[in-house]
Design a protein around this ligand. Sequence first.
Ligand SMILES: *Cc1c(COP(=O)(O)O)cnc(C)c1O
Length: 442
Amino acid sequence: MTMTNEEIQQWTKKYPLLHQIMNVTPVTWLNPNLRNLMDTADMPVTYEDMIDAAERWQRFAPYLAKEFPETRETEGIVESPLKEIASMKHQLNDYYKADIAGALYLKCDNDLAIAGSIKARGGVYEVLYYAEQLALDAGLITLGDNYEVFAEPQMKEFFCNYSIGVGSTGNLGLSIGIMSAKLGFDVSVFMSADAKQWKKDLLREKGAHVHEFEGDFSEAITTGREMTVQKPNGYFVDDESSKHLFLGYSVAAFRLKEQLNTAGVTVDSEHPLVVHLPCGVGGSPGGIAFGLKQVFGDAAHCFFVEPTHAPAMLLGLLTGEKEKVSVQDFGLDNLTEGDGLAVGRPSSFASSISEQLVSGVYTMEDADMFRLLALLGDSEQIFVEPSAATGLLGPGKIKASDYLQQKGLDEAQATHIVWSTGGALVPEEDMQEFYEKGKKLL
Ligand SMILES: *Cc1c(COP(=O)(O)O)cnc(C)c1O
């Protein structure tokens, strides 16, 4: 939809915050439609679906431990550490005057096995789901089998007759490509020509086909989808509407609950868990927020963070139009260095669920992503990619918004979890460049 000036005027009259959003000024939006009690009766996913997803991960654990040595220590469970980052909290209070009193933790998905990013939850899960269905349908396995059998040559011979495609310039492509190639699928990743060379090289090295497209990324997706479904057994991973990706992410909530228990962190009606999630199409933050609401109920308060130049979910939720509006409709250019966050339109699946359970969305400038990753590197010796640092601004933003106060909660009793979403596969030189860029801005 292309909007006329008149339509834009009507929108801005109805929602004055749009003036600032269209001026690429950072904003904090609190969701007026937040549901009080998490009831999934009319939702397209349920708690049972989450349990089902957790059990599928468990069935595949012996296979993953066998094929990805980095997961042996956790017996094939793909999970990241939860780390308290007290020095970073001091930095945020000092440099950003964030005034955080609650505890601050980093959920280190930047270190996740297999794909080095949060996509190791959603992307890997969707491929495993598909592989399991195919193998069950062909009578090659039963649910009770030891899934180490997926590493056997006869399985690879079977899967090489099936094609998987995905359109992605970044981490989704890496996760789908790496996991699919390992299982023996004929996998193609469709990228725009400007995608980083190291990603193309890495994917090819792992056995994926990389197709590059000149021009717009949406062309890579459209053509990629056509090329994939034209193949006799073609399956296209659709980031914009996938339930499987969403459920793969949701399982993180069960794991986080255990980690919080181990860390001795209390979460209840007086001790809120405030979670800060970087948002692209919304699958990863939506899936995790859904899971957290299931596990912690209203004690979990989930905030999404987006770049000022690409606030796709914010525009979708603020206007209520969800995937029907894009950032371009509002005159924004969708240009950001936050990989995975340069998204013009939110996922229809994720936005319809997120609109009921996200506490709010805030936006930030690219320069702050770099400042924050440099501060995190200096204070905690943790190095993450730009998009992964975005949530670090959140605790201060939430404090300033009075969100907790309005709910009668004391921020000093809160535990903030900043979800760090990627970084482990970024080459050393690139990471060094990010860091130096951030240092110059401080
Ligand atoms: C994909 C990605 C996100 C956002 O996930 P969505 O499901 O697109 O919302 C955030 N950070 C990183 C590093 C990512 O790769």
